[in-house]
Design a protein around this ligand. Structure first.
Ligand code: BG6
Length: 487
């Protein structure tokens, strides 16, 4: 092995989510998910930066009445449902060892309450996995990626209601049983921490269904239910097949103090501790004492059933996976200039450049995150999302995207440094290998892929796939197991 290569067997690949690629939102028995009511909203207001993700019953009713796809881009995705063979072949051509993808709960259980799954949903995913097996692409499967049944949200206020634990575990068990032959790596909840930033997208929570003053309490309650459901899923997966590996997934939101003023450091510490809380529960198996005290101080009490804490303690994650896009700064000065990140607003860091969406590009922050997470948890790590949203221009029939290569190159170099310093990083899946619909704004024009999809924000286009320059570059990185980065 060349000194400059990544470790042997390193899993290079890409990551997608069902609701952002599949389309076919109402075919073959699929029910509506929370993603199917997300409207195209390109203009994010810096002050109220997550306002576009807030949902209420009125907006849902309008969306349900409107059966069109035009302003609901997640309904059409990039039509992966009908293009999956072509797309997987392109991923294989890039040399993918792995692909992270999610299973849409509503294809198997349209309202979430059915007791038996929809066979056509199972058939679709089985065909996808068969194809992946032929191409030697190892699946990493997310069970919940911002696409829970809409019916469970409206009827029960989503994960606030304990019964959703059973509904989810029923779905998870069907997936684990049905796809046992193909899947060994499972992720439970995508960015489990995001429940605080966008409770509807993550957990189907509608603020208006909570009692006055109990909104926050409900979010913690729902989160607790997700922790229990994740632990029960992990338990089942291990019992079913001891080759199964189940991971947690969090948004790594690295925050730096803007200055060394103690107040900046204290506020930063608070943010980073908050960001670690979720993996503390899912990897270490218990609620950290500081978090419990903080909840008590705020008058929040989570209802726990007998045995919940034991389940969480016994069935912890086998590995930790996370997304990493950007970092932020924090300051005690309320006038400090702010900039949006991945569904967060942070203080602008004068040392960093940002993407067109204001997300601050920080490869070193990825290395710092890897070191911090590995030191704290000492389980294998996977980076399951990292990438650069940009506007691409078609020039002479091609997409020349050196900016994308530069972003990835700088992040890969930092990953290598972390590995050389002892971090057990086992996989990297870029977000996203192919252009898809943005989770936050439902834009198509915020492009992440190595593969261009001819489709615009309004759904106009031929859906044709086209290799960008970065396609060939990433292919070489994988082919040489990272050595090409250092030549
Ligand atoms: C992550 C999500 O937070 O960020 C993805 O898990 C999402 O689903 C990605 O697509 C990038 O965010 P956006 O809003 O640019 O699509």
């Amino acid at each position: 092995m060349k000194k400059t290569s990544f470790p042997e067997g390193f899993m290079w690949g890409g990551a997608i989510a069902a609701n952002q690629v599949e389309g076919a939102w109402n075919v073959d028995g699929k029910g509506m998910s929370v993603a199917d009511v997300a409207k195209y909203k390109p203009n994010v207001d810096n002050k109220d930066y997550n306002a576009h993700l807030v949902m209420n019953k009125k907006i849902i009713e309008e969306a349900v009445l409107d059966q069109s796809e035009q302003w609901y881009p997640k309904r059409r995705g990039i039509d992966f449902y009908h293009h999956y063979k072509e797309d997987l072949a392109l991923f294989a051509e890039m040399g993918f060892k792995t692909l992270r993808l999610s299973i849409a709960w509503t294809r198997l259980f349209p309202t979430g309450e059915e007791l038996e799954p929809n066979q056509r949903g199972i058939d679709f995913y089985r065909n996808v996995f068969i194809e992946m097996k032929k191409l030697n692409i190892e699946p990493i499967v997310t069970l919940s990626h911002y696409e829970m049944p809409l019916a469970l949200s409206v009827k029960y206020n989503g994960w606030v209601n304990r019964r959703v634990v059973d509904d989810f575990v029923r779905f998870a068990k069907v997936c684990i049983d049905e796809f046992d032959e193909y899947v060994s790596y499972w992720l439970t909840f995508n960015e489990v921490d995001s429940i605080h930033r966008h409770p509807f997208t993550t957990a189907g929570i509608l603020e208006e269904l909570s009692k006055e003053g109990e909104q926050e309490q409900d979010v913690y309650q729902a989160l607790h239910h997700q922790f229990v459901a994740a632990a029960l899923t992990t338990k089942y997966a291990h019992e079913r097949n001891n080759g199964n590996q189940v991971g947690c997934m969090l948004t790594k939101l690295m925050t730096y103090p803007l200055t060394c003023a103690p107040i900046d450091v204290e506020l930063t510490q608070h943010k980073n501790l908050e960001n670690n809380f979720y993996a503390d529960v899912q990897v270490k198996g218990y609620y950290p004492p500081l978090v419990l005290k903080n909840l008590e101080n705020r008058g929040i009490s989570i209802k726990m059933l007998d045995g919940d804490l034991e389940i969480i303690q016994l069935h912890t994650a086998d590995f930790l996976s996370f997304s990493y896009y950007m970092s932020m700064a924090e300051s005690g000065d309320e006038n400090a200039e702010r900039t949006p990140g991945n569904t967060v607003l942070g203080v602008k860091n004068p040392y960093l450049q940002a993407s067109d969406w204001g997300w601050q590009i920080d490869p070193k922050g990825l290395k710092i995150s890897l070191i911090e997470l590995y030191d704290r948890y000492q389980v294998p790590l996977m980076i399951v999302e990292n990438g650069f949203g940009a506007v691409d221009q078609l020039e002479n029939g091609g997409i020349h995207d050196p900016y994308r290569e530069a972003y990835f190159r700088a992040h890969f170099e930092q990953m290598k440094e972390a590995i050389d310093e002892g971090v057990n990083l086992i996989a990297y899946t870029s977000w996203a290998p192919i252009d898809l619909v943005s989770a936050g704004t439902s834009q198509m024009s915020k492009r992440y892929g190595f593969i261009y999809v001819d489709l615009d924000d309004e759904g106009k286009g031929s859906y044709k796939r086209l290799k960008k320059d970065s396609f060939h570059w990433y292919k070489e990185v994988i082919e040489t197991n990272g050595a090409s980065l250092f030549q």
